[in-house]
Design a protein around this ligand. Structure first.
Ligand SMILES: O=C(CO)[C@@H](O)[C@H](O)CF
Length: 524
């Protein structure tokens, strides 16, 4: 195969969709296809790719087999797009973090012996001991979180060991809840994957190990030794180490693609499967994030992250193993109410039109006459709060604002003011040299990026890639294939989109202080 023939396949199994992209040696996208769960797989009746339990809205899951069927559909779409699978030399992927998949006893054998004349979903229909995978949006595990923190001496100690205090969406507390509520299913569970290693398993033809970076999002792994902490495993459930197996370095080669994909789609039998990772670590890779940059992913969740070498213990936010450098880390802040909230605001106050939304947003003055809106449609992570909250300049609670444009700006400024507040609290240096590299669906909206730039007081750049997580997955494939993490210099350089208006700091610095007061009231 000549040099310019080699291609790589990157996949992104996110909350709302499964995306796949074939890229060339220079990471240029040759073909890209998407399966949107709500639209293309309506039989699962998800909303935003998830199912909210009506009797307990804190319980938010996704049908595991839906993700399998989405891969069947995606491979068919790539086939129809005439992708030459024989030229793909490595595959990797990225996925929503923290979600968990429970493989029924015998599933590994089933994966190894798949019939290439049949769909994956028809052969794996009975391979999951828990049919509906807990997702990162779930917040049902307050009790289990307390047990994890108590097991090691409190939230600070847990954060020092695993990079985070206990979080309800993290995999450890989710496993612990299943052990208590579904003991029989847990006993029948041969292996437990997180969503990224589940995705790798489908291509590998056996259950794949968890990588260090996404494994850092489980409240189970010591981020310095890269080993499971036995006290935490024992707190969650019996024989958990056997069900997880050992974690592996991010971007490591797990083996070659299964015969199922060779015979069904014509993959080269030497095509490598590279460890998959979480969407945020992959975004850090796909953005080519440099050390003085702040990455802001405006997706289903809004996530802020940056490369750190000597992290401090943080109680609000996370420290993950760095996906590119085993001696480095990445700091991360996650906010659940991201794009789904922005879409709700657009639908309610801009007649479901982004153009009207942007026009109304640009029509209102920065600072919005002091009005602030907070929309926690699902229980927020930072702060821990739920519901809609509106305030006037004096901090007085209101039930609604006087116009659609004020509603829109209040909601968007409210989102970015909370993000800046928590970023400053964990030591993100917001100042002269700070530059923001924005990604995710909402980074295509210039009006939203201008508010981000004004609130943070720094310039905002984007790359020509809207989906940095998926590009990161393609980079993982290339890095794993070549064994060289320097090998992604071809990524498109950041492009300056907007800079803050001159008096932004005068407007927003006091509003951050006011937001601090508001959050104290709401959370008290
Ligand atoms: O919970 C998160 C990270 O901690 C989210 O960014 C999910 O990964 C989104 F899928």
């Amino acid at each position: 195969m000549s040099e310019n023939d080699k291609t790589f396949l990157g996949l992104d199994l996110s909350t709302q969709q499964l995306k796949g992209a074939v890229v060339d040696e220079n990471l240029r996208i040759i073909c890209e296809e998407t399966v949107i769960f709500d639209t293309h797989l309506p039989e699962y009746r998800t909303n935003g790719g998830v199912t909210v339990n009506k009797s307990n809205p804190h319980e938010i899951t996704a049908p595991t087999i839906m993700w399998v069927k989405a891969l069947d559909l995606l491979m068919d779409k790539l086939t129809v797009a005439s992708v030459d699978f024989s030229k793909i030399v490595a595959i990797s992927g990225t996925a929503q973090q923290h979600g968990s998949v429970y493989w029924q006893n015998g599933a590994d054998k089933t994966l190894e012996n798949l019939d290439p004349s049949n769909f994956l979903h028809s052969q794996l229909a009975t391979s999951f001991s828990i049919a509906n995978s807990p997702t990162w949006m779930d917040s049902t595990t307050k009790i289990e979180c307390k047990c994890l923190e108590d097991a090691v001496g409190g939230p600070e100690k847990l954060a020092e060991i695993t990079g985070s205090r206990a979080y309800e969406r993290f995999t450890g507390s989710q496993i612990a809840r299943i052990v208590v509520h579904r003991p029989e299913a847990y006993r029948n569970t041969e292996r437990i994957s997180i969503v990224s290693s589940f995705l790798a398993s489908l291509f590998l033809g056996k259950i794949a190990p968890i990588d260090y970076s996404d494994g850092s999002g489980m409240n189970l792994m010591d981020i310095k030794t890269k080993k499971w902490d036995q006290r935490l495993l024992d707190t969650c459930g019996p024989n958990l180490a056997d069900k997880l197996k050992d974690p592996v370095p991010s971007c490591s080669c797990l083996g070659t693609v299964s015969s199922y994909f060779v015979e069904r789609y014509g993959f080269n039998e030497n095509c490598k499967v590279i460890a998959c990772s979480g969407d945020n670590p992959s975004s850090l890779i796909g953005m080519g994030l440099k050390k003085e940059w702040l990455g802001v992913s405006l997706g289903t969740s809004d996530t802020l992250f940056l490369w750190v070498s000597n992290p401090k213990t943080v109680l609000n936010g996370h420290i993950l193993c760095n996906p590119l450098d085993q001696h480095a880390f990445m700091a991360m802040l996650v906010f659940k109410n991201g794009s789904l909230t922005r879409e709700k605001i657009r639908n309610k106050y801009a007649h479901q039109s982004w153009d009207e939304f942007s026009e109304l947003l640009e029509r209102t003055p920065r600072g919005n006459f002091g009005y602030i809106g907070l929309h926690f449609d699902v229980e927020e992570i930072l702060p821990v709060a739920i519901g809609e909250h509106r305030f006037n300049k004096e901090g007085k609670k209101l039930t609604k604002f006087s116009s659609n444009e004020i509603e829109i700006r209040a909601a968007i400024e409210g989102q970015f003011l909370t993000r800046r507040l928590f970023a400053e609290d964990i030591g993100f240096q917001i100042g002269e040299g700070t530059k923001i590299l924005a990604t995710g669906g909402a980074s295509a909206n210039r009006a939203i990026l201008q508010v981000l730039s004004d609130v943070f007081g720094c310039p905002v750049y984007t790359q020509d890639i809207v989906n940095s997580a998926m590009m990161g997955a393609a980079c993982q494939a290339k890095i794993g294939f070549t064994g060289n993490s320097e090998n992604i210099s071809d990524l498109p350089p950041p492009k300056l989109i907007c800079e803050p208006y001159k008096n932004s700091e005068e407007i927003y610095k006091p509003m951050v202080l006011k937001m601090r007061e508001i959050l104290r009231n709401i959370t008290s």
